[in-house]
Structures are given as structure tokens and as C-alpha cells.
Write a protein of this length. Structure first.
Length: 129
């Protein structure tokens, strides 16, 4: 099973219910590959003065079909994400912070001085216990 942004658990405060349901439908040994907002994306790297370790709500305006819609997300620090996954009955098999592929065209790559800009997502490979 694969979950991509916006991760189902970023839209509710605790994420417990969605994670419990995902775990329920996976067979023991089944895998969930989750792509979530990198925890640095919503904090100091991009919004000075914010507390990395605080679980907090943020709202962004997204445009769909020419209409602006407020989208609500919850920032969680990495330890809170790990705890949520393990409490839901998952074992973390891998965590990855992917970089652009070496053959990515220059016009699609972030400027070298903005290397933190590439930390948009973090990937978890989770296995059902």
C-alpha cells in the first residue's frame, strides 16, 4: 500500500485513527510506503521562529480548477512521526530523504545555495507487525 502527500495523517491532529485503519487492513508483514512532508519544511528552515518539536496546525491556500481552497495540515517532528507509526503497530523498515536524481535537468533543480529546499518529503517504509 502506498500513501502520498498530503499524507492521510497530516490532516488530523493525532493521525491515530487513519494509521490504525491502515494497519488493520494490512496482513502481518504487509508494507505501507508513506511519503510525508519533511518535518524541517514547516519549521525553522522555512519559517524562522517556529518550534520544530511542537505539533502544530498550519493552513495553506491551494488552487483547484481556478478556485482557492484552504488546506489544513499538522506539523509533527520526526520523533512524533516515529512514535505514531510504532504505536499503530508498524515496524519502520527504512527512512529516506531523497535527493534529485543526478540526471535531473538543471532548470528543474533548486539553486545550490537553497539545498534545504529539496527537503520537501521524507519516505517511510513501514511493515505491519
Amino acid at each position: 500500500m502506498t500513501s502520498s502527500p498530503p499524507w492521510c495523517c497530516t490532516t488530523c491532529r493525532t493521525g491515530r485513527a487513519p494509521l490504525a485503519e491502515l494497519r488493520r487492513v494490512l496482513r502481518p508483514g504487509g508494507r505501507l510506503i508513506a511519503s510525508v512532508d519533511h518535518p524541517c519544511r514547516a519549521t525553522r528552515c522555512f519559517r524562522p521562529g517556529t518550534d520544530y518539536f511542537a505539533t502544530c496546525e498550519r493552513t495553506e491556500e491551494w488552487t483547484f480548477g481556478g478556485q482557492s481552497v484552504p488546506m489544513r495540515f499538522w506539523h509533527r517532528p520526526l520523533p512524533a512521526m516515529i512514535s505514531a507509526f510504532t504505536k499503530a503497530g508498524f515496524r519502520i523498515a527504512a527512512i529516506d530523504e531523497p535527493l534529485p536524481a543526478p540526471d535531473t535537468p538543471r532548470e528543474l533543480r533548486p539553486p545550490t545555495s537553497a539545498r534545504a529546499d529539496i527537503l520537501c518529503f521524507i519516505f517511510f517504509v513501514l511493515e505491519a507487525d
